[in-house]
Structure formats: C-alpha cells, structure tokens
Design a protein around this ligand. Structure first.
Ligand code: FES
Ligand SMILES: [Fe+2]
Length: 336
C-alpha cells in the first residue's frame, strides 16, 4: 500500500527538539528528538516493554525514557536501562530510522536501512539556494496523499478553485503535455500571451499579458516540484519576469490523512520582506482552498464506497501517469 524504500519528510527541522515529537508516516509510528549535540534521532514509537508510545516519555541526555515504566533507549534504539534489573536482553531494542536534515526539513528512510542512500532524496535545493528566498509551511490534511498529489499535477483546478489568487480562464483551457523520463513524470502547460492571474499582478505590479509556464515534475512516491514562470510575452529568459518553484512533499500518514510540507522559493525581490509576507498569506489562502476541496473529496469518496464510476479527462494525463508509476514501484517492492 505504501512504498517503504523511500525518503519521506518526517518534520520541518525546527519542529524537532528536546521534547519528543510523534509523527505517523505511512501508518508507522515514529518518535523524533534531538541529542545534546543537536543531531536528529528517529525511533519506532513503541516501547518493547508494554508498547507505550515512547513519544509520551522524555529525553534524557541522548536517550529517551519511556514515560510508563522507564525503559530507556539510546539514539540507535538499543535499550540501555531497565529499572529494577541489571541484565538487558540483547533483543531489547526499538528500530532506529535513518534521518537526514536537508534544506530545513528532516527526511526519514522508512525501508531497509541498508538501502538508505541520501542521494535518493528528491532535489528541493531551492529551499536554501543562494539568490533565492523561500516561504515554507506544514499542513495536516484529512485526505489520502495521492489526492493531494493529483491536485498538484492537474492545475486546471486553479481556474475554478483559486480565482482569488492564481486562477484565471487561461489555465483550464490550455492543453498539457506529459511524458516520463528517468523515473520522473513531467506535466507541462505553457500559455502564450495570456492575462496574468491576480497574484501575479499583485506581485509584479503589472497586468500586461505574459507567457505563463507551469512545469511540473512528479517524483515517486509523494513529491511534486512545480516551476512557475510569468515572463514578458516572447521572452526566452526564464529569469526575465516572475519565477518561482513550489516544492511539495505529501507524506502519507494514514489511508485518509497526510502531512503536507510545502515551500515556495523565488529568485526576484529576495530582500523584499513585505513581498515574502504577502506571498506567505497568498499561499496559505490558496492552499486553504485546496484543503477544503480535498477533504470534502476524501469524505465524498468514502461515502460513495466505490459505487460510482469516475471518468478520466484529457487534463488527467499527468495524474494517471504518476499513479501508474507509483503503483509499479509498490508492486515491484512487494515482489522483492
Ligand atoms: S511500556 Fe515502556 S517501560 Fe513499560
Ligand atoms: Fe490548488
């Protein structure tokens, strides 16, 4: 059901400290904390004594003490103390998960630790690339993560759902092209000589027509990189107008809930803190529209319980390709 040999965003780095933080990733309970030196630790959030969540305990030095009867585990998951006895059985340990801190986010490898290769973390470099400035956020969604991935791969919804910010008539009518290369699903929508949507007008101060680009990449299992350009009509220079990357990690929590970590990084007016604040608001407003629709969609799908047959349209080209790619990876993992 979930791809296990994959990196998932477990938290934003600043969320993890000396107080245990519980997160569910693909229905796997994880407790996160930091050692005294500041390193991040991720352990299975289940005490091997009587299965209390370790996240209800406390951090002591570099170890975590179960809040129920005091079994204590070090950062590798080894039990180092059992109150009332000296002998600690060798099998007394919880699983430790590889974690990498990168671009302000904490990435966790859920599968076979021997296969954890940091080079497989999807490139979200723009989150802290020199010359760029990023807005970021974390949302909890009551929806399956694939619905949220679909949402980002099919931006025709901007026209109908986001008329206040990034939607206008030009988007939904413009055709997309899709292809898969090196395991990445590409979805492109290029709109030449079209009116800018309200947020572009507000950001650039110009309502002149633009060439608008939406260049989307899906990386399994749950990553969408979206390059947005709003360039002067006819310009071939990607940096000649508005340009930003929307970087999305949709970490599955359960079959009906998702942790959504997002970033929006731009390479213009990077010193303009008022613009950064305005963009934060605009993204939060836009995403609140997505959240309301996605959660209503999830509820409607559950209520329908498979009774109604849905119809694919031309604009689903990207979502269909992405779902195929993920299904193939999950099937291959199940076979292995
Ligand atoms: S359940 Fe953790 S020490 Fe008993
Ligand atoms: Fe949206």
């Amino acid at each position: 059901m979930y791809l296990r040999n994959a990196w998932y965003v477990a938290a934003m780095a600043h969320e993890v400290g000396r107080t245990p933080l519980a997160r569910l990733i693909a229905e796997t309970p994880i407790v996160l904390y930091r050692t005294e030196a500041g390193g991040a630790v991720a352990l299975h959030d289940l005490c091997i004594h009587r299965k209390a969540p370790l996240s209800l305990g406390r951090v002591a030095g570099d170890a975590i003490v179960c809040g129920y009867h005091g079994f204590t585990y070090d950062g590798t998951g080894a039990c180092i103390r059992i109150p009332g006895q000296d002998h600690i059985p060798a099998r007394a340990r919880v699983r430790a998960y590889p974690v990498v801190e990168r671009w302000g986010w904490l990435w966790l490898w859920l599968g076979d630790p021997a296969a954890a290769d940091a080079a497989l973390i999807p490139g979200f470099d723009w989150l802290d690339l020199p010359g760029w400035v990023a807005n970021t956020g974390h949302l909890h969604l009551a929806t399956h993560y694939q619905l949220a991935v679909d949402n980002l791969l099919d931006l025709s919804h901007e026209t109908f759902l986001h008329a206040r910010t990034i939607g206008n008539a030009a988007v939904a009518e413009a055709p997309i092209t899709t292809h898969e290369a090196d395991g990445i699903v590409h979805v492109r929508r290029i709109m030449k000589d079209v009116p800018p949507p309200p947020l572009f007008v507000k950001t650039t101060g110009s309502s002149a027509n633009i060439d608008r680009y939406q260049l989307i990449e899906y990386l399994a299992p749950c990553y969408v990189r979206l390059e947005v350009r709003g360039l002067p009509v006819g310009s071939n220079d990607p940096n000649s107008g508005l340009r930003w990357w929307v970087l999305n990690a949709l970490a599955p929590e359960t079959a009906r809930t998702t942790n959504y970590y997002w970033g929006l990084s731009r390479n213009f007016a990077i010193e303009d803190t008022a613009m950064t604040a305005a963009l934060q608001k605009a993204v939060e407003l836009t995403f609140s529209e997505d959240v309301a629709m996605l959660e209503a969609q999830q509820a409607a799908i559950e209520r329908d319980a498979g009774r109604t047959r849905q119809i694919d349209a031309r604009l689903d080209g990207g979502t269909v390709l992405a779902r195929k790619r993920l299904a193939a990876l999950i099937a291959a993992e199940a076979r292995a």
